[in-house]
Design a protein around this ligand. Sequence first.
Ligand code: FAD
Length: 526
Amino acid sequence: MEISRRDFLTKTGKAGLLSYPAMLALGLLKPAPAHPFQLPGHGAGKHIIILGAGLSGMAAAYELGKLGYTCTILEARNRAGGRCWSIRRGTTSQEEGMGLQTARFDDGLYFNAGPSRIPHHHALTLHYCRELEVPIQVYNNVNEASYYFSEGKGSLSNKKVRVREIHNDVRGYICEMLAKAIDQDKIDTALTKEDKEKIVEYLRAEGGLNIDKLYRASDRRGFTESPGAAERAGKIADPYRLADIIESGFMSPDFYNVAEYTYELQMTMFQAVGGMDQIAAALQKKVGNQIRFGCEVTEILNVADGVKITCKQGKDEKTLQGDMCITTIPLPVLGNIKNNFSSEVSRAIDYIPYINTGKIGLQFKRRFWEEDEQIYGGITHTNNELTQIFYPSYDYLGKKGILIGYYNFNEKAKRVAGLNYPQREQLALQKGKLIHPQYDQEFENSFSVSWSKTPYNMGGWALYTSETRASLYRALLKPDKNIYFAGEHMTYLNAWMAGAFESARKVVADLHGRMSEQRISYSGSK
Ligand SMILES: Cc1cc2nc3c(=O)[nH]c(=O)nc-3n(C[C@H](O)[C@H](O)[C@H](O)COP(=O)(O)OP(=O)(O)OC[C@H]3O[C@@H](n4cnc5c(N)ncnc54)[C@H](O)[C@@H]3O)c2cc1C
């Protein structure tokens, strides 16, 4: 019996019998129109050597493969993914000058040592999740139920305070002050009387001000006794005094309202189901047969008719020749590899700094942050070495869980990087239990990562100023003869996977344009 396409779709689609990939395979759907990358021409017969099997190296090989190029990826580690690394039972690491560390987390539990969040506007990262069939889920980045913890002298210091209390009190007081200033004509604006009235009305709503335009506590800042049945109306505490909030340090940069105001951190955010390394694993499925693992590149040379790359694999030294090379090796590592780059390029590689950053995963036998404190995902902020505690956005209501016990940057991360693994654990527990005393009872084991001490990265991500963008960065945007530079450091999307993907596409477009003698310009996915 013949079945029409329409009937087929109605019957199978409605019943949920066919998955999206199956429908694609049967030609019943067009591929998601997200961000296809269809360049004209082909690269058959050309050999491209790619240095590094992180996201940028693998994405470059994947796209070049679609164009018919032959790629060889040299990867120093015995795994793919680079910074896209999730720590689970059996994961090992050995940082510079340290012993071997092995994760002892329970099966099924993990934390993301590198990327943990995908902004909704990182269209290319989401495009690859779609194309490579990596399931994603919402990552809860903003949580008013989490805490601020300020070490210091004020009356609100050295104890945890719910984010919603500080947010609503500060917002309320600021709106009250502004409304008062406008009412008393104390601000110098060219606004009409009607405009001013509208602004004051807005401030009343925004700050939760009363009829007299004064800030008084409301349920916005939560309850000290929850509302319930019968006579239980619920109790609200008085707001904190603004002077106490200031004195306790809650108006310092450590507690700025970054999550809602920073473009990259605004909800909705996503994560790959089962660990962010699932994105790397999906790419590896496509290009894994081109990766040579355990191959540490030791020399990168431009030669007359292409490139000559030397690497160390175990005790052996190997040399490969190719037509062109794409290096995605992070700059602090690349600077120590022998090369014949131009002096301009060498200078850029040597002088672009990378951030110090680190995380620790702490496994607990009970999800006390959910059970006792109603915290489901989100971040607690501190002004001490921890900087942040991240609560997991997976396995809600589960039994055990892993908290990211600190995620710190710059000087704080540098100090913590100087500690050995047990000392880092001790620090995370000692400071963390000031916020969650349950740490004492519930802690099981930990695994820490300092990116500045992690071989083959030696830093978190590239840091630029407007001066270094104008000088050093530009030197790497062009190829050095037959060698192209890719990776998050070659974009304005530093610290994001989207940077790795955008730069891979940019370099593939440039290289392919040159090899196929076409004018191709890549202007980004959006
Ligand atoms: C702490 C942290 C948090 C982050 N958070 C997020 C986030 O929430 N969301 C997000 O989207 N992004 C995040 N990122 C950024 C994201 O992880 C990176 O932008 C991206 O993974 C970089 O990919 P890459 O291919 O450019 O570099 P890498 O992943 O570093 O790949 C480089 C590869 O080169 C290899 N290599 C190095 N030296 C050699 C050598 N001598 N020979 C051969 N191979 C070598 C390395 O082993 C590695 O595999 C975070 C990064 C960090 C560190």
